[in-house]
Design a binder for this molecule. Structure first.
Ligand code: BES
Ligand code: ZN
Ligand code: ZN
Length: 499
């Protein structure tokens, strides 16, 4: 899909569909909408008075051959109340409009950004919305819905004087959305097409293409480093594990002692549960248990283009979690890279095991000073927050957690901080080893999971994002296909760019 910004008057834009949005009110025909209404001889006022459109969120009204416009169609999308409207709303509108028109075989779209919204962040949101909406999960279908592709998408409404801001937004929007879609592509791959080795190859190819340094630790190197927690999960599979390390260094080399941001992502390419095996029903979904890793790899792709002023190191431990003759068993005691011993009471709580060694490696070997991890860690976070909010867990440094939450808010990704009281730490105190990999108390499953990782983060400022509920849409949304969402890429890019 070709994306451009055009500053000529919107009425003169030749396109198969001009899209704009209107707010919910008794008289939604205001501003630019009334310019269109006047050209169309009052048609819009008539439709609004008859109740045919009211501006309710994502309500769609498609008009053919609109008088006074060069466009062959006019799509009006409801934007809800003006007071509640923000760039997140605009992103959804652009996405929903694209999917609505694509389903009707429209090939060219022009999107009219309205008065009062003409800045770089609006252009960025519109482009993000359009590109993420255009992504389909039909890679392995021989009859592709994607053949109904939109060829061109033009952002309009900007005057010549607003062009620079608009163009900047379009460029950033494209980088972010393409990186988010890159993460989604990885998550969409089934486990037979995406083993830890293949994930490492794909990540390395992306990094090389983007000019990032990459280091892939293989099973030998992982053993040399004594990553006992990661190896304990990997030992049940014939597929060897990998640790993917991607580094971005700013052009102006940072002074010694400058912060180094560590992005750690869980990449279990398939989670059967191991010997503590999961039920068959729904197990196929566990191909998305590498979404945390994909998020971090996608984030690095965006950072390579946007060039933040901070060194960023991404560490993605990757393995399968399989039952088998060599698989670890409940009760096994493992020694993590940090030297801590772990009693593995449930082999299905494997994400925290592989993250433990990745966090240790990031701190000890890569000099990371601030960390964020992302992981499809627990079913419990789905119970707590459903598919609406990412669960956010922080360490002692609340200021660092606040910084991550502020980035999430700025980019319109819903995240909610969960409690981390010391009482929960007691749940993972070990009986036969230093620490156990599941809580002994009832409940609080996502918190004990977070506490386990925190034990390895120690004093290093750290935030854990549990994306088990938000990395995968079970149903399509008007603005997004069913399947991988690419959640947290935008937040983490914003976080790195805020240095
Ligand atoms: N990958 C799962 C978590 C998960 C569950 C992600 C549902 C997405 C949807 C993780 O490895 C896991 O199995 N966690 C267990 C932990 C339990 C054994 C303490 C869980 O949540 O049930
Ligand atoms: Zn598991
Ligand atoms: Zn898992």
């Amino acid at each position: 899909m070709q994306i451009t910004l055009d500053t000529k008057p919107f009425a003169t834009v030749e396109t198969e569909a001009l899209v704009t949005y209107l707010f919910e009110s008794d008289d939604p025909v205001q501003g630019r909408i009334s310019e269109i209404d006047q050209a169309a001889g009052g048609l819009l006022k008539t439709l609004s008075q008859s109740g045919e459109f009211s501006g309710k969120p994502l309500e769609m009204t498609l008009l053919h051959s609109p008088a006074g416009l060069k466009a062959t169609r006019l799509l009006l999308v409801g934007a809800g109340k003006r007071e509640k409207f923000d760039v997140a709303g605009l992103r959804k509108i652009a996405g929903a409009a694209l999917r609505y028109l694509k389903a009707r075989s429209v090939k060219q779209i022009a999107f009219l950004v309205r008065e009062n919204d003409l800045d770089d962040s609006s252009a960025q949101a519109v482009v993000e919305g359009a590109l993420t909406a255009d992504f389909e999960t039909d890679k392995y279908k021989t009859d592709k819905k994607g053949e109904k592709s939109v060829d061109s998408f033009v952002v309009t409404g900007y005057a010549d004087a607003e062009r620079a801001a608009g163009d900047k937004g379009v460029t950033r929007g494209r980088i972010l959305a393409e990186s988010q879609n890159f993460a989604r592509e990885l998550v969409n791959e089934p486990a037979n097409k995406l083993t830890p080795k293949i994930l490492a190859d794909k990540a390395a190819a992306m990094a090389k293409g983007a000019g990032l340094a990459v280091d892939i630790l293989d099973e030998k190197k992982i053993a040399e480093l004594k990553m006992g927690a990661l190896l304990s999960v990997a030992q049940g599979s014939i597929e060897p594990p990998r640790v993917i390390v991607i580094t971005y260094t700013p052009a102006n080399a940072p002074a010694p002692g400058s912060p180094v941001l560590g992005l750690i992502g869980k990449a279990v390419t398939f989670d059967t549960g191991g010997i503590s095996i999961k039920p068959a029903d729904g197990m196929e979904k566990m191909k998305y248990d590498m979404a945390g890793g994909a998020t971090m790899i996608g984030t690095m792709r965006a950072l390579a283009a946007l060039k933040p002023n901070v060194k960023v190191v991404c560490v993605v431990p990757s393995t399968e979690n399989m039952p088998g003759g060599k698989a670890q068993k409940p009760g096994d005691i493992q020694t993590a890279m940090s030297g801590k011993t772990i009693e593995v009471l449930n082999t299905d709580a494997e994400g925290r095991l592989i993250l433990a060694d990745a966090v240790t490696y990031a701190k000890q070997n890569l000099g990371v000073t601030h960390m964020v991890d992302a992981a499809t860690l627990t079913g419990a976070i789905v119970v707590a927050l459903a598919n609406v909010n990412v669960g956010v867990f922080g360490g002692a440094d609340q200021a660092w957690t606040d910084k991550v939450l502020a980035s999430a808010k700025a980019v319109g990704e819903k995240m909610w901080q969960m409690p981390m009281d010391d009482e929960y730490r007691e749940f993972i105190k070990g009986s036969f080893a230093d620490i156990q990999n599941i809580g002994s108390g009832k409940g609080g499953g996502s918190i004990t999971g977070a506490w386990f990782i925190r034990e390895f983060a120690g004093d290093t400022p750290w935030v854990h994002l549990d994306i088990a509920g938000t990395a995968w849409n079970d149903d399509a949304k008007p603005w997004l296909a069913k399947g991988p969402t690419g959640v947290a890429v935008r937040t983490l890019v914003h976080l790195a760019m805020s240095y």
